[in-house]
Design a protein around this ligand. Structure first.
Ligand code: 5GP
Length: 110
């Protein structure tokens, strides 16, 4: 079971800000911005590059959930990040989208 499956199963506590049939969103335990939320599909896809045609709906649901969460939390400008693979900083191998907001974000991210 991935860490995020344990959160979905309520085996590990999390500050859940949104959930629907396909996704769950909760605050990151080590926030990198005043608002840092992870949007996670209930279905496990270990990393973005392992998604297939069969995952198209769940991928779309994750994107829609980002907008819903941002609106709910009153974010206007925010960044959405997917770390794909260890080299990119991925540490939890259950696909997730980071929503970062509440401060000015620089570009490139470094
Ligand atoms: P990644 O590095 O895989 O893109 O993102 C994983 C994220 O999960 C990190 O930002 C990390 O802080 C967060 N994280 C790790 N363990 C926990 C936890 O137990 N609870 C919550 N809410 N976030 C976690």
């Amino acid at each position: 079971m991935t860490l995020f499956e344990k959160i979905i199963a309520r085996q590990i506590p999390a500050d859940i800000v949104y959930e629907d049939d396909h996704t769950i969103a909760f605050r990151d335990i080590h926030p990198q911005a005043p608002t840092h939320v992870l949007v996670v599909p209930r279905q496990v896809i270990p990393r973005l590059d392992l998604a297939t045609e069969a995952d198209v709906e769940v991928l779309g649901r994750c994107m829609l959930a980002v907008g819903i969460v941002a609106k709910k939390l009153g974010l206007s400008g925010y960044r959405v990040v997917i770390n794909n693979g260890e080299e990119a900083g991925q540490t939890v191998f259950h696909l997730h989208l980071h929503i970062l907001g509440g401060r000015r974000l620089t570009w490139p991210p470094g």
